[in-house]
Design a protein around this ligand. Structure first.
Ligand code: KIV
Length: 272
């Protein structure tokens, strides 16, 4: 289905609300470095998330917990230097906002000042209400994140679908409404039933961006390294791989190694 798209020179939090009103779906992808961002931004992605998934994808940690605020700022500043059009949202990492609202504000200000990102994202509902208020009062746009919240992995024990039971679904709906009322500009819903995600999206005026949350929401987000098939061990049902870069790069690098060994590379035209 083709959708009439308004051209945005720079996507802002206002543009996203407008897109929802115009029923234009929002595209969001992760990026953690300059070179990848040039591609992701140049291809027309609306929102770039400097996700704390950098902890897994870039640093090889098992969870998102180890990444620090300074490491997030390093990634975010590289992204900011490359992006010309996308709105850049930066994750507040685990341990940088949970202890109290003052700390949450301090971490958000540090991200905004030192990276040049445009907004922050943090995980949770009622538990982080005061922190969200405090950050918003400072004029920093906030994106919420409900459903599967990887920073709480040790509390839940698994990465399975969330809010399948009535009680958890009701809490999620309440939290979503609370985040909208507080003034968040958008919400990520991760790994929840499609029906519930659609219900939440239809009940809110702010955009709901899903990952493993079906197509009844206002936009989609994926980890870029997963969707281009650079990673190959992570195979959740919600993931569509648009390329198989892992195999293509492995073949290219193996060829380079063989060419070096056989002195095929460099040839006469590739030297001075
Ligand atoms: O860190 C991240 O990449 C995320 C997305 C999966 C939404 O939070």
């Amino acid at each position: 289905m083709s959708v009439a798209k308004k051209e945005y020179k720079r996507v802002t939090v206002k543009s996203l609300i407008e897109m929802k009103k115009n029923r234009e779906k929002i595209s969001m992808l992760t990026s953690y470095d300059y070179t990848m961002t040039k591609i992701v931004d140049g291809a027309g992605t609306d929102v770039i998330l400097v996700g704390d998934s950098a902890s897994n994808v870039m640093a090889g940690h098992e969870t998102t917990l180890p990444i620090t605020l300074d490491q997030m700022i390093y990634h975010a500043s590289s992204v900011v230097r490359a992006a010309k059009r996308a709105l850049i949202v930066v994750d507040l990492p685990f341990g940088s906002y949970q202890s109290d609202p003052k700390e949450a504000l301090h971490s958000s200000i540090k991200i905004m000042k030192q990276s040049g990102g445009h907004a922050i994202k943090l995980e949770g509902g009622k538990e982080i209400k005061e922190s969200v208020k405090r950050i918003l009062n400072a004029g920093i746009p906030v994106m919420g994140h409900l459903g599967l919240t990887p920073q709480s992995i040790y509390k839940f024990g698994t990465y399975t679908v969330r809010a399948k039971e009535e009680e958890e679904a009701e809490k999620l709906k309440k939290d979503a409404l609370m985040l909208e009322r507080l003034g968040c500009f958008a919400l990520v819903l991760e790994k929840v039933p499609a029906k519930l995600a659609q219900e939440v999206a239809e009940s809110l005026t702010i955009p709901v961006i899903g990952i493993g949350a079906g197509n009844g929401v206002d936009g989609q987000v994926l980890v870029t390294h997963d969707m281009v098939g650079m990673t190959h061990e992570f195979n959740p049902r919600f993931l569509r791989r648009y390329m198989n870069l892992y195999e293509d790069m492995t073949a290219a690098i193996a060829q380079y190694c063989a060419d070096v060994k056989s002195v095929d590379f460099p040839n006469k035209d590739e030297q001075y």
